[in-house]
Design a protein around this ligand. Sequence first.
Ligand code: SAM
Ligand code: SF4
Length: 331
Amino acid sequence: MGALRISLTDRCNLRCRYCMPEEEYAWLPREHLLTFEEIERLTEAFVSLGVDKVRLTGGEPLLRRGLPELVRRLSGLPGVKDLAMTTNGVLLSRHAEQLREAGLHRLTISLDTLRPERFAELTRRGTYPDVLAGIDAATATGLTDLKIDTVVLRGFNEDELADLIEFARTKSAEVRFIEYMDVGGATGWTPEKVFSRAEMLETLAREYGHVEELRKTDVAPADRFRLPDGTVFGIISSTTQPFCATCDRSRLTADGMWLRCLYAMTGTDLRKPLRAGASLEELRELITGVWQQRRDRGAVERVGQRARGQVFVSLETLKRDPHLEMHTRGG
Ligand code: SAM
Ligand code: SF4
């Protein structure tokens, strides 16, 4: 167990078509959302069991009021070596400096296009200038290791790969291209819309010449590549080349459901024992017992299921259980 992704809310201020395409959603009851104290306590249990990388996500994590306070608590936990956040960047310009001061180590900002009209079409919101301001604010705070994550959709933004690489370079950031995944509410997913890792590499080789794959030195989901001019970028190929065998991540939803895999159909409710007064030792035992049983290979299994024409989860099921949604699981 090395990395924990903590979703802070299932709410979002964008409506990306690959993540939240529907008009209506079933939301987690507000009274179920973990408080900062509860998140800290659970994180403490995970860290004592070997987790040293924590990533805050959502929904949109910047919608959680008072977020720097949580960052301060988590960055202060001995054992947390890497505290990162994934955000859509819309609210970032207001918060970047405070987050850095509170002890955030790294930021990933999601941005799929550099064209305002495409951004509006994809996210159904007109906040493209705010995201750019958020990226600039992140750069200005001096947070190093800034990442820009781009989901590549065929017929939408596969013609922007080089532009995004150039853009990231001007912001001292590294872009990571993500294959479109059929998780949760990605109900518009079809195999045709996946622009694969192989196609991304072909496109970039046509543009730049030789693209060198860098040797992997960690279990992070991205494979990294270098262009002839030295620029490095990443690809996360969860759909065509899943990396389950080396995955050490698990996920905590905003209401304390612990998922061992992004594709898991069920999880372990940690909120109930926590609110019933479980001690740190009891939480540790519960987590260890579940983790020892872990055989999850969700993305690999999806490859086979897709070949048999099975959808991940029906719209009806999603409406009954918000835990199955990508915006609840945190991507
Ligand atoms: N709202 C924040 C954001 O967009 O960065 C954090 C949560 S979002 C669920 C985390 C990441 O998941 C984002 O980079 C997003 O682009 C990605 N994501 C969401 N749905 C996806 C899908 N169907 N396939 C691939 N990536 C997806
Ligand atoms: Fe888009 Fe992230 Fe919001 Fe999903 S959670 S709709 S990916 S901004």
